[in-house]
Design a protein around this ligand. Structure first.
Ligand code: HEC
Length: 196
C-alpha cells in the first residue's frame, strides 16, 4: 500500500466517522427529550380533528360518501367505453355478451380458459381481481384486442382505469355491494344493454 492510498483510507475513515456521529445526534436528542409533546410531534396537533369523509362527486352532479358508488359508476363507464361494442347485445364476441351485467359476470365461467385445477375459470371472483379471468385479460392487454378486423381498433384502457376495475372487483362487487346502492338505472341486469 502506498502512502497516498493510506492517506485516502484515513480520510474516508474520518468522513465515515463524522457521518455516523451526525446520524446519532438527532437520535440522542430525541431520546433525551423523552416526552412526545415537543418538536416534530407538535405538527401533528395541527391536523384537523374532523375526520369525516368529504363527499365524492358523481358524474350526474350528485355526491356520495360511499366510495363504492363512485367505483361502480366508473367500472360501468369503463366497460361501456372499452368492452360493450363486442360484449353487450347485439354483439357477442367469443360467445360473451354480458359485460355490463354484474351479477352474471360474478357467477359465469370462461368458455375457453382453465384454472390451475383444470376447471373453467370464473370470469370474476368478487374480492379476487388477480384470479378473475376478466381482469387478467384486461391487464395483460388482451382485452380489448388491439386489432380486431373488421372492427376499428379499440383504445386501450389507462393504468388508472385498470386500478378502478381492480378496486371494483376487490371491494365493490357482489356481496360487498351495499344493497341500498341503486346504480342499476341505465343498464339491464338480464341480457345487458350497451346504451346508457
Ligand atoms: C373488438 C372486439 C372486442 C372488444 C372491444 C373486447 N373484446 Fe373481449 N373478446 C373479443 C373476442 C373476439 C373474444 C374471443 C376470443 C378470445 O377469447 O380471445 C373475446 C373474449 C373475451 C373474454 C373471454 C370470454 C370467455 O368465455 O372466456 C373476456 C373475459 C373478455 N373478452 C373480456 C373483455 C373485456 C373486459 C373487454 C373490455 C375491457 C373486452 N373484452 C373488449 C373481442 C373483444
Amino acid at each position: 500500500m502506498t502512502r497516498h492510498s493510506r492517506a485516502r483510507g484515513l480520510t474516508a475513515l474520518l468522513v465515515c466517522a463524522s457521518a455516523i456521529a451526525a446520524c446519532f445526534q438527532p437520535l440522542d436528542r430525541g431520546a433525551a427529550r423523552g416526552s412526545s409533546t415537543e418538536g416534530a410531534s407538535s405538527q401533528v396537533t395541527d391536523t384537523p380533528t374532523d375526520f369525516a369523509t368529504p363527499p365524492i362527486d358523481l358524474d350526474d352532479g350528485g355526491t356520495t360518501k360511499d366510495p363504492c358508488i363512485r367505483t361502480r359508476q366508473r367500472s360501468l363507464a369503463i366497460r361501456q367505453m372499452y368492452c360493450a361494442s363486442c360484449h353487450a347485445p347485439p354483439a357477442k364476441f367469443g360467445g360473451f355478451d354480458f359485460v355490463l351485467d354484474d351479477a352474471r359476470l360474478a357467477s359465469a365461467v370462461s368458455s375457453t380458459s382453465l384454472d390451475d385445477a383444470g376447471k373453467p375459470m370464473r370470469l370474476i371472483i368478487p374480492g379476487k381481481p388477480s384470479e378473475s379471468n376478466f381482469y387478467q385479460r384486461v391487464i395483460q392487454g388482451q382485452m380489448p384486442p388491439a386489432v380486431a378486423p373488421p372492427l376499428p381498433p379499440t383504445p386501450t384502457p389507462t393504468v388508472s382505469e385498470f386500478s378502478e376495475l381492480h378496486e371494483w372487483i376487490a371491494n365493490c362487487l357482489g356481496e360487498k355491494t351495499s344493497p341500498t346502492v341503486n346504480l342499476d338505472a341505465g343498464f339491464a341486469r338480464d341480457g345487458g344493454d350497451a346504451s346508457p
